[in-house]
Ligand binder design. Structure first.
Ligand code: FES
Length: 137
């Protein structure tokens, strides 16, 4: 009886804690050596959408434009380090913290951000959308 009760309690604890753990620990991206990462799979992003991916210890933003091109940049706002996001309604990158806007090349175009977002190179390698830091920047 105690074994059954203990097992039930353990299952309850696991069913409660697992979603919390999944929420707190972001999915691991395939790190290709520090300067490159697989940010998405081909076909994962529809046109005019974006996703946050992990680039080392920091967030990056991968955007698929309305024309189907990929763009990638740091997702850390240059104002006060909030995480930016893609806004499909205006087709720009937006920081919700203080209403800052960047274009799809990461240039700051409105609001308080003082500098552009770091821009990354994107290339497709088989099924992978690979994002890399630009050399010399
Ligand atoms: S932190 Fe992004 S606009 Fe202020």
């Amino acid at each position: 009886m105690q074994v059954l009760l203990g097992g039930g309690l353990l299952a309850s604890a696991v069913s409660f804690l697992y979603p919390v753990w999944r929420y707190l620990v972001p999915p691991v991206a395939t790190d290709l050596g520090g300067d490159s990462v697989v940010a998405a799979k081909v076909g994962e992003l529809k046109a005019n959408s974006g996703k946050i991916f992990r680039f080392g210890s920091r967030p990056g933003l991968l955007v698929r434009t309305a024309d189907g091109e990929y763009r990638a940049m740091s997702a850390i706002c240059t104002h006060l380090n909030c995480t930016v996001q893609y806004r499909s309604d205006v087709r720009e990158v937006w920081c919700a913290c203080h209403n800052g806007f960047y274009d799809l090349n990461g240039r700051n175009i409105a609001g308080p951000p003082p500098r552009p977002l770091e821009s990354y190179a994107v290339h497709v390698n088989g099924d992978d959308v690979v994002v890399s830091r630009r050399r010399g920047t």
